[in-house]
Design a protein around this ligand. Sequence first.
Ligand code: IVH
Length: 689
Amino acid sequence: MQNDLFGASEPVGQAESTEVLAKRLRAELNQHGYNYYTLDAPTIPDAEYDKLFKQLQTLEEQYPELKTSDSPTLRVGGAPLPEFSQVQHSVPMLSLNNGFEDEDVFAFDRRAREGLGLTIADTTTEIEYAIDLKFDGLAINLRYVNGVFAQAATRGDGYTGEDVTENIRTIRSIPLRLHTDKPPAILDVRGEVLMFKSDFDRLNQRQRDAGGKEFANPRNAAAGSLRQLDSKITAQRSLRFFAYGIGSLEGAALPASHRELLEWYREMGIPVCEEKANVRGPQELLDFYRQVQDKRSQLSYEIDGVVYKVNRFDLQERLGFVSRAPRFAIAHKFPAEEALTTVLDIEVQVGRTGAITPVARLAPVFVGGVTVTNATLHNEEEIQRKDVRVGDTVIVRRAGDVIPEVVASVLEKRPAQTEIFRLPQACPICGSQIVKPEDEAIARCSGGAIKCAAQRKGALFHFASRKALNIEGLGEQLIEQLVDKNVVVTAADFYKLGLMALAELDRMAEKSAQNVLDALEVSKSTTLPRFIYALGIRHVGESTAKDLALHFADVEALMAANEEQLLRVNDVGPVVAKSIVSYFADALNVELVRQLIASGVNWPKIEKVDLSTAVFAGKTLVLTGTLPSLSREQASALIEKHGGKVSGSVSKKTHFVVAGEDAGSKLLKARELGITVLSEEELLALCAG
Ligand code: IVH
């Protein structure tokens, strides 16, 4: 058992009184709860915990006088309240000034320096700042009286909030009794209640299954869960808490700095976030901001920026407040990932495999750092579930580089007389029937690349794309024109293009046309994996194409393979095998392959590897940093030639990490997980046998 702060290991005598038994069960359950929820290191199986829990519950039912306010049995919620009562904050809960630009951060530092009487020019006395994440949840005050959780209140207007004690009690990671022998008489812990992304996804799945309302984002879900008058509902919602500040404190000395305060909290079992830093001066603030921005999407919870605070409390006090915000702190926000806009129209796009994707045309809106005018609605099922309609006000989300999506409609803002959106029955491009197999989420145009120009364009664009034949300069717009003018029908037609046909297209001239012809010539020398990938066979992505190339070593063998033979290929399952067989069952596709080869498309012969003896057979490797002599592509090719797979991220399934100069977080992760790290030299030696 981890640090025994709960007095759980009292002697278990035969004649243990019910009182001692209740105390022991409480202590044990609190300890296990802390290990599980705060340390993330469970110490007993769930079933065992449930057994102890039930035992304590029964005991407390039998002897109500044994119930205490720190009993974990109270965490399941109590009787519903008629309404929330009001709580006056003894120290107001104020808000922070926001900054967005680097200049705002320099200005904040300048004001702090001025306030402390430091000269602006003197960079040897940079202020020490504590940086925390800015959690995207709800601010809460937790009051502990003599170390026991006594009350929780929302921020409200900053002066008066709502009493949400019973709801907060259900949050398992919040200690009901502080882990200390010398608790302060009064301690107001301030922090944020939030919902982790995974808990949010699970909650929405549950809501969906039950036909209930879904939440637009984890923040709304956290708010909705906390504002329940029935704490039994809150208890089922997996909320979390991170502390970041303090209100009243009586009967204990205040630590000297913000960071020491949070450290004190941690020792007392109060959850604090591990992502943090102490730095000096504004440049280091910005460096950390960028670091956090890079890993934002990998965090388990949502944040909307970082918070900078002058670390020392005596300096904070000297700086004080201006109107309702501190001069010693600022929130440096990230560009918002969500924004409101209206749906002007809903159209459907036809992809290269005929997949029909509904797309919302939006009134332009600035979100995630760019102006967005279109957002995907994924598929028919999604659009029906979300019930997005033309005219609706919607929440649009663009996180990182992910394509923008419509999260939800704001029903309160729906205009009168809107219509439920229905997918068209015919392809808007070629008029063929749109079909949707029972077992698939995606509807498709049944026209195929021959009838449907949209599919043709998609297939041709895929053929020319970077990971396929990589034909530079042959972009979407050019392909669009070539198809519309009927100059190109299949990829084989690319290689029949003449200078004039290209030069007379919009935005083309002789020089650019020649460039395309040169690029086409270059593209003829390719590799078999690229060639297979370029064909655009459904379910055959880059990695499957590589597996197929290695296995069959030539395209004729692949074309002749039946399902049974295909199933023997690494990572090829029945769906993929069927798809490949049906692709080559079409004589037009076989003809395409023959024509491409006849036009000069070629690749180096593949040496078949004997997978039973290859050094990296069945192994996954990750490359990181700059290798002294091999390029990333060369190293990958070498590994693949010796039976290995190259993956982009380090996990428990990684067998080796090959590290060069300036290797970063992947190397750290490898060390953490105890994965063997190879240098280039060692890699070459292993490959050489
Ligand atoms: S410190 C004097 N630290 O942001 C105000 N606030 O605009 C002290 N928030 O209502 C607040 N993460 O809900 C602080 N690490 C953090 C925070 C944080 C989120 C929220 C909080 C507050 C708002 C301030």
